[in-house]
Design a protein around this ligand. Structure first.
Ligand code: SAM
Length: 256
């Protein structure tokens, strides 16, 4: 997989790409990630990448020229005409999710455009961008941190990127639920004990405990997820029990 990042701050990515799972995936040749300096695609003495907005108002807008030329250099044409997927990070984009990360990892080539100032000239978005992604309902100073969020979530899904120490299959959201809690040694840390089922050595009991905890945490924190999660009859029974014990209102699924 190839990921190209268009930015005016390429050095921003030096550290996040040099650690952990992402670094290992790069070293193993599973992904090639290149931050491109948009200023390299300017032609004036000041290497200008922004200008004042037509119509007036506060702030600057990123000019289309350097972005167009960078995309051209990467072999990207009008949106939808090449196999590359061009993403623009923007608070106006579709909310990023695990489901989107799963879709994005299917692409051989992603190009991620990081905005600064008030954002990029709309004509770039209209003609060259395939997908606008927001990482949340807040405004960042630039697309770079958002690009790293997307890159991280996608790269860990590349087959072989996670070592055997970890698995994406059981992560939160992968089965529509939040994940159960984790514990490690020591068994007793300052009087705080590891839940007994996890010490039992009984795999069925451990799985049952984890599933129940996953359901409990999802019910408490993200009950909206239960409406679309794949749930067994046993899961539904556990949820009823959890609602009764906590005095939860009967929600979502029952109202459907
Ligand atoms: C200061 S913001 C521009 C905000 C824009 N004027 C607006 O109100 O929608 C500068 C850049 O940061 C990035 N950005 C800011 N918030 C973001 C978010 N929640 N998700 C993704 N990218 C974001 C975008 O690339 C944006 O072009």
């Amino acid at each position: 997989m190839k990921i190209d990042i268009l930015t005016i701050f390429p050095e921003y990515f030096s550290s996040p790409l040099a650690h952990g799972i992402i670094r290992r995936a790069i070293e193993a040749g599973l992904v090639q990630i290149t931050p491109w300096d948009l200023r390299e695609f300017t032609h004036d003495r000041h290497r200008t990448t922004d200008d004042r907005p037509y119509g007036g108002g506060e702030g600057m807008v990123m000019v289309p020229g350097p972005i167009f030329e960078a995309l051209e250099h990467l072999g990207v044409d009008e949106a939808g005409t090449t196999s590359s997927k061009v993403i623009y990070l923007s608070p106006r984009g579709r909310p990023f999710s695990q489901e989107m990360a799963v879709q994005l990892v299917q692409h051989e080539h992603l190009v991620i455009l990081c905005g600064r100032y008030e954002g990029v000239d709309q004509r770039i978005i209209d003609h060259l961008v395939d997908l606008e992604i927001s990482i949340g309902d807040y405004v960042l100073s630039g697309g770079e941190p958002a690009a790293m969020v997307v890159v991280d979530a996608v790269v860990r899904l590349i087959p072989g990127a996670l070592g055997c120490e970890s698995s994406a299959e059981h992560d939160s959201f992968s089965n529509g639920l939040l994940e159960h809690p984790h514990y490690t040694r020591p068994r007793d840390f300052r009087g705080w004990k590891v839940p007994e089922p996890l010490l039992s050595g009984d795999h069925k009991r451990i799985e049952e405990w984890r599933r129940r905890e996953s359901l409990r945490i999802t019910l408490e924190r993200r009950p909206d997820l239960l409406a679309t999660a794949v749930l067994s009859t046993e899961d539904l029974r556990i949820l009823d029990e959890l609602r009764d014990s906590k005095g939860h209102d009967s929600t979502d699924r029952e109202q459907e």
